[in-house]
Design a protein around this ligand. Structure first.
Ligand code: GLC
Length: 427
């Protein structure tokens, strides 16, 4: 019993590890020539919505349900027959993303269970051929295109529903692997041919067999041929265009995006009450943006297609903040002027944003500043501060005693010319 448990944990860790460690190692790998103009919109966008949705959303015990509860496919398949989301309205999802200040949306077209939300000629385990009897990706794509929202497709290479794949964790054998890879290639072709412009391809679920077994190079070449402007993540086992640290902010020397759950589960799990407070979510977003990274925040609609009210509320609050403070996020990168006594700093052109986590009171001090601060203004209220600057030390006076924003207060600094750190800069 103990041994089985250990073995199970080991396989679980192995699978989780392969998808993540590849991403980490790839950072050191030689990157193929990257067309910077293709990824520029994404790097400026900074903030996107991740959506985990599939037949697992109905029971509401997360997206790993089939594996974790060791459900045989014959039983799991019943979920697909019952999966008929009556309240599915992707227009609403996209509207919520927009309202939250998100500039792209990435949806799970197929997760590790192999269930496809789209129509596929090479699988019967799809929404149009089971309970829903419709192509849910078509509706999603139409909603994104109509709203001018950039659209991403998540696709898991791993496919547990395929006979012989489970238990996972060891190579599946050449002939089965070929069938799996053929299916994946065909489905990527379908996804990138049948739904208009696709902006992002977000792979996941690379197995221990590695990128050769999935013919990832060929897969990426096909993807780029079908969608010349597409950007691709690093979880096919190849570097792709951007790295994907998961539930961690890990700045990298190449384009990167941290994806985060709002609670601790990607798929719908109503009993997971571990929601991050809005202030924490905004801290993560600001932390990514101020290090040139992106932030992909997950929502988990229920089996009927509704985004849970707690998540909708978080999105609404983030949207309120973004309306006032988005300037500190969109197109941002690291600032040479830092203020570790206050919190984080980001830079957009000649503006530096103090993202203040420890509000000091009516005077906000910072230092190691090598250029002249012309003006300082709170983004929440529009109030200007009186500036005192002596050498590289700066004091912003006449500010409120208690911070006006309940989550994260931002002061915009306008410089006379380029913002610079003093010499030697703060280390
Ligand atoms: C992991 C998990 C998966 C989740 C993904 C999000 O690979 O297996 O459930 O979809 O990360 O990044």
């Amino acid at each position: 019993m103990k041994l089985t448990l250990k073995l199970l944990t080991l396989t679980f860790v192995l699978f989780a590890f392969t998808s993540k460690s590849f991403a980490q190692n790839l950072d050191k790998a030689t990157l193929p020539e990257q067309n910077n103009s293709k990824i520029q919109w994404w790097q400026e966008a900074k903030f996107g919505m991740f959506i985990h949705w599939g037949v697992y959303s109905a029971p509401g015990r997360g997206e790993w349900l089939m594996y974790q509860e060791h459900i045989p496919f014959s039983e799991y398949a019943l979920l697909a027959d019952q999966f008929n989301p009556q309240k599915y309205n992707p227009k609403e999802w996209v509207a919520k993303a927009k309202e939250a200040g998100m500039r792209y949306v990435v949806l799970t077209t197929r997760h590790h269970d192999g269930f496809c939300l789209f129509d596929s000629k090479v699988s019967d385990f799809t929404a149009p051929k089971t309970g829903a009897k419709r192509d849910l990706i078509k509706e999603f794509a139409d909603a994104c295109h109509a709203a001018g929202m950039r659209m991403g497709f998540y696709y898991s290479l791993q496919d547990w529903h395929f006979p012989g794949v489970l238990p996972q964790g060891s190579p599946v054998g050449a002939s089965l692997q070929k069938m799996l890879a053929d299916q994946a290639h065909e489905q990527i072709r379908e996804l990138l041919s049948n739904y208009g412009a696709v902006d992002i391809l977000w792979f996941d679920g690379l197995t221990v067999d590695g990128p050769e077994a999935w013919r990832s190079k060929e897969l990426l070449e096909m993807a780029r041929k079908l969608q010349p402007n597409i950007i691709i993540n690093d979880r096919s086992g190849l570097p792709g265009d951007f790295a994907t640290p998961e539930n961690a902010v890990t700045a990298q020397s190449r384009p990167w995006e941290s994806c985060f759950c709002m609670n601790r589960t990607w798929g719908y799990a109503p009993n997971d009450r571990n929601y991050k407070p809005v202030a924490e979510i905004l801290r993560l977003l600001a932390s990514c943006a101020s290090q040139s990274g992106n932030f992909l925040l997950n929502v988990s609609p229920d089996g009927d297609g509704t985004i849970p009210p707690e998540q909708a509320e978080i999105l609404k609050n983030i949207g309120k903040w973004m309306k006032l403070n988005g300037k500190a996020i969109y197109g941002a990168g690291p600032s040479p002027v830092v203020a570790p006594n206050l919190g984080m700093t980001s830079r957009v052109g000649n503006k530096v944003y103090l993202l203040i986590q420890r509000w000091p009171g009516t005077t906000v001090p910072f230092a190691w500043c090598g250029s002249k601060v012309k003006s300082a203004r709170m983004l929440t209220t529009g109030q200007y501060a009186r500036i005192e600057q002596k050498g590289d030390r700066v004091w912003l006076h006449d500010l409120p005693q208690t911070p006006p924003d309940p989550w994260l207060n931002v002061i915009e600094l306008t410089f006379d010319g380029e913002p610079k750190a003093s010499e030697p800069a703060y280390r």
